[in-house]
Design a protein around this ligand. Structure first.
Ligand code: FMN
Length: 336
């Protein structure tokens, strides 16, 4: 039995965390994952401190969340310590359970501004940002980083950054077991997560390449980490936390039924069409719901059809028609 993750005064139970993912972890997806259950903490996609300072409408819209999503972490990024502290203060006003600092993003747009994982090349600067945010926050603070930049004189300085976080009063840290140079290639190095766990006394959240409940259990077992964070694995399987929570509790792992998949797709569909213009709605429908059809009979054919539907109404007809046919026992041998 794995105890709840303690982030300051917050108990994250079960100790399973939805990873922040830009363009994906919006409030609809977070709510969907929360309603399915089994997730202890959901993360918002990263928010630019510069955009918040400028009052950028898109960034302010992204910051919205509902009480039902709680406990929730808002992740911020930026290169300027004073701006980051201002942004942290703004986050505090919104009263999420956790404020998280991104020090792991390898994306060029972010790195060019010397933020994200680039901060691992300058730990003094990283420390200044953490200290400035800590000083403005009374809610728990976490920092998410990678093994290192993968470049320069000290390519894998995650232990040093973990100790800096601990000394500066950070409540928990997340390690994605890759360097920034690796982006998403190769396998995540779980032994680095184990090393970090042995090197600090604050909680460590392990992250990288968990796509099944068995892999989540293996990450706990092999690293001793205090919680497991899942990113890409949730996109095709929003039920992964529910199933992993069942495995952690020692019970049987529930299968995801066709009825549950249908309900998730239709629910997500309704939220999107209620709140988006038609163009962005179609894009979102294809991004999200296409993924939930992986693993269902005839899924490949359905995704091909989804790719060319012209309007949201036609999308719903396709989904309903497909699941009705499956309920009648048709298409059960189609490629998933
Ligand atoms: C599309 C996408 C967007 C991401 N956006 C963020 C982000 O905003 N902040 C962050 O810290 N990490 C971000 N990540 C990294 C994930 O949080 C996670 O660390 C990484 O995907 C490894 O975990 P996984 O193997 O479970 O996916 C992103 C990853 C993906 C695939």
């Amino acid at each position: 039995m794995i105890p709840p993750l303690r982030i300051g005064r917050l108990a994250v139970d079960p100790p399973l965390v939805l990873a922040p993912m830009a363009g994906l972890c919006d409030r609809h997806f977070r709510l969907l994952v929360r309603r399915i259950g089994g997730v202890g903490l959901v993360s918002m996609e990263f928010i630019s401190s510069e955009e918040v300072a400028r009052g950028h409408r898109g960034a302010l819209r992204k910051l919205r969340f509902s009480d039902e999503e709680r406990p929730l972490a808002i992740q911020i990024y930026g290169k300027d310590a004073a701006r980051m502290a201002e942004c942290a203060a703004r986050v505090e006003e919104l009263a999420p359970e956790v404020c998280d600092i991104n020090m792991g993003c390898p994306a060029n747009k972010v790195l060019n501004g010397c933020a994200g994982a680039n901060l691992m090349a300058d730990l003094k600067h990283a420390a200044a940002i953490i200290a400035a945010c800590r000083a403005r926050l009374s809610i728990p603070l976490t920092v998410k980083f990678r093994i290192g930049t993968g470049r320069g004189p000290d390519p894998t300085n995650f232990v040093e950054l973990g100790r800096i976080c601990q000394d500066l009063g950070v409540d928990a840290i997340t390690l994605h077991g890759r360097t920034a140079k690796q982006m998403y290639s190769g396998r995540a190095d779980w032994s680095a997560i184990a090393r970090l766990k042995q090197s600090v006394s604050i909680p460590v959240i392990g992250n990288g390449d968990v796509t099944t409940p068995d892999e989540a259990l293996a990450l706990f077992r092999e690293t001793g980490c205090d919680a497991v964070m899942v990113g890409r694995g949730v996109l095709t399987d929003p039920w992964i936390f529910r199933r992993t929570a069942a495995a952690l509790a020692g019970g049987p792992v529930p299968e995801t039924t066709l009825a549950a998949r249908r309900e998730a797709i239709v629910t997500h569909y309704r939220w999107i069409v209620e709140q988006e213009e038609r163009g962005p709605a179609m894009q979102k429908l294809r991004t999200f719901t296409g993924r939930y059809t992986h693993g269902i009979p005839g899924g490949r054919r359905l995704r091909q059809a989804i790719a060319s539907v012209p309007a949201p109404e036609a999308f719903l007809d396709l989904i309903e028609g497909h699941f009705d046919a499956l309920a009648r026992g048709e298409m059960m041998d189609g490629a998933s």
